[in-house]
Design a binder for this molecule. Sequence first.
Ligand code: FNR
Length: 362
Amino acid sequence: MEITNVTEYQAIAKQKLPKMIYDYYASGAEDEWTLQENREAFARILFRPRILIDVSKIDMTTTILGFKLSMPIMISPTAMQKMAHPDGEYATARAASAAGTIMTLSSWATSSVEEVASTGPGIRFFQLYVYKDRRVVEQLVRRAEKAGFKAIALTVDTPRLGRREADIKNRFVLPQNLTLKNFEGLDLGKMDQANDSGLASYVAGQIDRTLSWKDVKWLQSITTMPILVKGVITAEDSRLAVENGAAGIIVSNHGARQLDYVPATISALEEVVKAARGQIPVFLDGGVRRGTDVFKALALGAAGVFIGRPVVFSLAVAGEAGVSNVLKMLRDEFELTMALSGCNSLADITRNHVVTEADKFG
Ligand code: FNR
């Protein structure tokens, strides 16, 4: 059967993947309230389209941190992509660069920064988890920079791993034939089987819970790459990100995998954007599955969006071609949304093109 939208990949991936792996990709924390809300909050935003505007030529190009992209749709870091498909991160990297957009490589990738760089040219960001052993972090950041990565996405919402009950039930662990490749030479590339989630134990053992704003400064002292703070949900932290020299903010709730009952990212976006006062760009990830979602995020002030699960599910179903198709479907839907709303370029997309619950009820 023909696949006509991004969401359809999930059900097919579920049939194809071992349960432990599918559940790891799909699940959220605890009651998964935020997981559902990440989608439902998009559905509560409606359009105020404008008519009788010449939309024969639509320009979706944008510039992110100085890099020209074909569209404001990028790829979030998702860990361990070789569990989905043998080509793993290579496939994702190729699909992203063929589409003219950015891939963010996870610290916990099953391919190293050097391996991903070897797939060919492309604009890539590196997602960083800060380990207790700062020598490990320094070395990894230097390797990413040397391999040509253009920015660091510093994940700030994971001092401990959220309680993902499916992973606990399944005793989730990285399959034996795979390695967290960036850490292979550091003896941190394997994950031990644990009495609950093997990943939660790994995080508890290795990730630095003391991480604070002063470490954002420290990171700036060891790299020239711009730093995006990934995991901001409030105006307060938006201000602090600006004050601490972040190059950008990613409004993210980690795909609802960390703290449950935080708002959907699309609901938190506007307060973060307002607090950033145009000083740095604000991006969003979480629940983006349609071109209309991309438009809504831009109308509420995002400079671009990232997608997570659609990448791993399409990768599982069809490898690089699957990821390419997801990017193409979102691109085509976004273009159509622009046309039907009367927007020729991203600059034409305004706050007046959408109406939110807050607009209606104050
Ligand atoms: C993630 N996410 C994530 N974030 C991060 O900073 N480092 C990581 O290694 C991972 N790994 C990861 C694995 C899987 C399977 C998922 C689903 C998510 C979070 C990710 O970057 C992003 O914030 C969300 O996935 C975005 O939400 P959607 O698009 O999945 O709804």
